[in-house]
Design a protein around this ligand. Structure first.
Ligand SMILES: NCc1[nH]cc(CCC(=O)O)c1CC(=O)O
Length: 307
């Protein structure tokens, strides 16, 4: 048995919360285990002056953490599943997916109580093409303005008056004990979440059996089925968190209901569909839904973005 685990983590408040949450779970499961954090800065944290969709490249927030795993400076990395690319570097893999927090997008504002409450011409901050294309679809009268930085930076920019409202992941706000900032949990019908949103995943070296064994109790079955279907859709669409792709699965007994959409950045076209099937076919459901979206025009939208 291992007696020490080092967790590689970004140093944003949210990343540290997630790493500390896994540390606490491991320490309570294994009283003799020492768990340490190794903080590091990633490219995604450093480049704050341009929209994520323009920087390009998947895994902006995970590459440095993965280098630490491969160098054996760390044993595990804790990620937000929505930021984790499908493919892992040789020698690394996803060990477990943990229980999902609320996956919705949150409407945050100091003056308005919901999206519908916003007046025409209101300025809404988000740097996510997924969020902005859905916002534009429902409210073509709003002005969407880019917004980068960690959760605290984004909130500060809104408080300083740069935005009338901003959209953030509900999960991040709940984890950082900022529940009172949430004016509205936006229904999935208005803002379908990103694949994996609200779920944490743990990556480690694929051959590190002792670590894989320690992590088994952190695996959450329902979340794993759901996020597996969502990630299969993203993978088939070749999408990262920079693409205008949304997908969201729920489990109803043994059946998965997966919804997905691809929107054009201008909010004028939205291709959406859904699929149901047994949870054991989670991956196939994601692939099938992705292919339906592609055949109905998502390919044209995505080609224009990835070109
Ligand atoms: N893209 C950044 C990111 N990655 C994960 C979360 C929130 C927590 C989660 O989804 O688990 C956020 C912030 C946000 O979108 O507001």
């Amino acid at each position: 048995m291992k007696d020490k685990i080092v967790i590689a983590t970004r140093e944003s408040q949210l990343a540290l919360w997630q790493a500390n949450n896994v540390k606490a779970q491991l320490e309570s499961l294994y009283p003799d285990l020492t768990v340490e954090l190794l903080g590091m800065t990633t490219k995604g944290d450093q480049i704050l002056d341009s929209p994520l969709s323009k920087i390009g490249g998947k895994g902006l927030f995970v590459k440095e953490l993965e280098a630490a795993l491969l160098d054996r400076r760390a044993d595990i990395a804790v990620h937000s599943m929505k930021d984790v690319p499908m493919a892992f570097p040789e020698g690394l893999g996803l060990a477990v997916i943990c229980e999902r927090e609320d996956p919705s997008d949150a409407f945050v504002s100091n003056q308005y109580s919901s999206l519908d409450d916003l007046p025409a011409g209101a300025v809404v901050g988000t740097s996510s093409l997924r969020r902005s294309c859905q916002l534009k679809m429902h409210r073509p009268d709003l002005i969407i303005k880019d917004l980068r930085g960690n959760v605290n930076t984004r909130l500060r920019k809104m408080d300083e008056g740069e935005y009338d409202a901003i959209i953030l992941a509900t999960a991040g706000l709940l984890r950082l004990e900022m529940r009172d900032r949430i004016r509205q949990k936006i229904p999935a019908e208005m803002s379908l979440p990103a694949g994996g949103q609200g779920a944490m995943g743990i990556e480690c070296r694929a051959d590190d059996r002792p670590t894989l064994e320690l992590l088994v109790p952190l695996q959450h079955e329902e979340t794993t089925y759901r996020v597996t279907a969502e990630r299969a859709l993203n993978e088939r669409l070749n999408g990262g968190c920079q693409a205008p792709i949304a997908c969201f699965a729920i489990l109803q007994q043994d059946e998965i209901w997966l919804r997905g959409l691809v929107g054009s950045p201008d909010g004028k076209t939205m291709i959406q569909s859904d699929i149901r099937g047994h949870k054991d076919n989670a991956k196939q459901l994601g692939v099938t839904l992705a292919e339906e979206l592609l055949s109905r025009g998502a390919n044209t939208i995505l080609d224009a973005i990835y070109q």
